[in-house]
Design a protein around this ligand. Structure first.
Ligand code: PHE
Length: 329
């Protein structure tokens, strides 16, 4: 029994030499000095020895325990110290872990800028639902049942009377149904058309609608507002033009084109959207006196404005959410 005690002590001290870090040291503590550890087990066996052996065995066991415990404490202190010195616990001089910070999507940045500009020009903001009925999306806008724009191939229908709005003009109707003139609003929002996706077409995009209704509102007012906007958004030297066009809900109607240089410096006329004087039939549909009031409206493509401003040549980039693209704005 005494030899066995001696052996445990020797083994324990020898094994401690192999321990080089705090994790291994904890394993070591459990193996030898823990409640079920070899040294403690050894002590508990003393009681079972014949009485004449007990004193010597007790002495030896206690001596062994003390030696091992002392060697253990010493090594623990050394390891802790060196860990502090090499700064393994906490090194406040290390650079922090970088945190990626998100930012506003370029389309949302563009929309904020547009709302800003029109806010300065005295326009309030109005919103309408993306799921619309035929009355607001077509009928009240003087688009009759056999107009090609109502073709199911040109719209996302949900049922016979419900569709994803194909333009933001229904917001004009919703505002006029609930507000008495004078009206001066812009309505930003998403619109949906089942177009084949390519560099300039997407099945969902954003429009910015404008509507002004008051007494004596003229086409000159419309022209002035559009020019102020273009100069604020693209710069004061930007050239633009009206091109005669047709919309069922405006008369006369025009297309707004911008003269802008592409990457190679070549200038092109680019269509931004439609506009015109509110058709008297539209006023009739919403119960506004078309003898007393006149108005104008436009609907511009927000992606087109953003693409032209930032030189983006493919609309799909705006929706693929590739960080290498998004981070540039
Ligand atoms: N709603 C038309 C379109 O989507 C644009 C437009 C708006 C034209 C307002 C005239 C007046 O093409």
């Amino acid at each position: 029994m005494l030899e066995q005690f001696e052996k445990v002590g020797k083994d324990a001290l020898a094994e401690l030499e192999e321990v080089t870090d705090l994790t291994a040291l904890e394993d070591y503590r459990i193996k030898y000095l823990g409640r079920k550890g070899q040294i403690i087990q050894m002590l508990s066996q003393i009681g079972k020895l014949p009485p004449e052996q007990k004193p010597r065995a007790g002495q030896l066991a206690n001596k062994t325990k003390k030696e091992v415990a002392a060697a253990f404490e010493l090594l623990k202190k050394t390891l802790l110290q060196s860990q502090e010195q090499t700064g393994e616990l906490i090194d406040i001089t290390l650079p922090g872990i970088p945190v990626d910070i998100g930012k506003t999507h370029v389309i949302m940045q563009t929309l904020s800028e547009l709302l800003e500009i029109f806010g300065r020009m005295g326009f309030a903001v109005a919103y309408g639902p993306e799921v619309e009925d035929e009355w607001h999306n077509f009928e009240a806008l003087n688009i009759n049942a056999d107009h090609p724009a109502r073709d199911p191939f040109d719209c996302f229908y949900i049922d016979d009377n419900t569709l994803l709005r194909s333009h933001t003009s229904p917001v004009q109707i919703r505002v006029m149904e609930t507000t008495k003139p004078p009206i001066r609003i812009i309505a930003p929002g998403r619109v949906y058309r089942p177009d084949t996706v390519d560099a300039t077409h997407m099945y969902m995009f954003h429009q910015l609608e404008a509507l002004v209704v008051d007494e004596d509102v003229s086409m000159v007012d419309m022209k002035t507002a559009i020019e102020q906007f273009i100069h604020a958004f693209f710069g004061p030297d930007t050239k633009w033009r009206f091109r005669p066009s047709f919309f069922p809900f405006t008369e006369p109607s025009a297309e707004v084109d911008l003269l802008l240089a592409d990457k190679s410096g070549k200038e092109n006329w680019v269509e931004m959207g439609g506009c015109g004087m509110v058709d008297p039939n539209v006023f009739d549909a919403v119960g506004i006196d078309n003898e007393k009031y006149t108005g104008w409206a436009f609907g511009f493509g927000v992606e087109r404005l953003a693409m032209r401003k930032y030189g983006i040549t493919d609309i799909r980039l705006l929706f693929e959410n590739d960080l290498r693209f998004l981070e540039q704005f």
